[in-house]
Design a protein. Structure first.
Length: 202
């Protein structure tokens, strides 16, 4: 099935070029930090999910249910986002605007740009974390914004790819998070079994 062949350059191509020009002129140390974050930063969200699972053991069953569901929610949102990419089939800006500076190698011609998978995953994770622990969720929200911005800075996404990715991640994850809370009776049941140590502190 052919996609919509969405042309992102007409949306904010000039803004993308201004951002990547800033990256060209930025200190190498800053670019190294941003590039490393862009590549490896999603690992932070996995650490935060482990943290909220651990702390949710002393919380109400609904909080634990959401904490346990968080990885599955993020994985499902990622799959849904991958489907969206195949609908819009937007070429990467580093392929359309060939003179732009990039810190990362440009992805392949069929690795579509809209929306940003990294931004979607980060926003979905932040949403799931926020529903369990507001403080950790706030950290995750800042990290999600930083992840989205980094994808533009390294040159592999238009700004609208990153912004839409954040919005899509939240919109897809939130109803799933709400549904996960309904599994509280299952968590309550687990707290009376040999699995108690994984879902309760005592």
């Amino acid at each position: 099935m052919s996609g919509l062949a969405f042309s992102g350059a007409s949306v904010d191509g000039p803004l993308y070029e201004r951002v990547t020009e800033l990256a060209r002129e930025a200190p190498p140390f800053l670019n190294r930090v941003v590039a490393d974050w862009s590549t490896y930063g999603l690992a932070l969200f996995a650490v935060l999910m482990l943290t909220v699972w651990w702390t949710a053991r002393s919380r109400e069953p609904a909080a634990m249910a959401r904490a346990l569901a968080a990885p599955a929610i993020v994985a499902l949102v990622y799959l849904l986002d991958t489907g969206l990419k195949s609908v819009f089939t937007e070429s990467r800006p580093c392929r359309t605007l060939t003179g732009a500076f990039t810190l990362e190698a440009c992805p392949g011609p069929y690795d579509w740009s809209f929306p940003s998978n990294h931004a979607v995953v980060a926003a979905a994770a932040a949403t799931a974390l926020w529903a369990v622990d507001r403080r950790i969720g706030a950290i995750a929200a800042v990290a999600a914004l930083a992840m989205a911005a980094s994808r533009v800075w390294v040159g592999v996404h238009y700004p609208h790819d990153a912004a839409a990715g954040l919005l899509i991640g939240v919109l897809l994850a939130w109803p799933l998070v709400r549904m996960a809370g309904r599994a509280a009776p299952l968590v309550e049941g687990l707290r009376g079994t040999r699995w108690r140590a994984y879902v309760a502190t005592r």
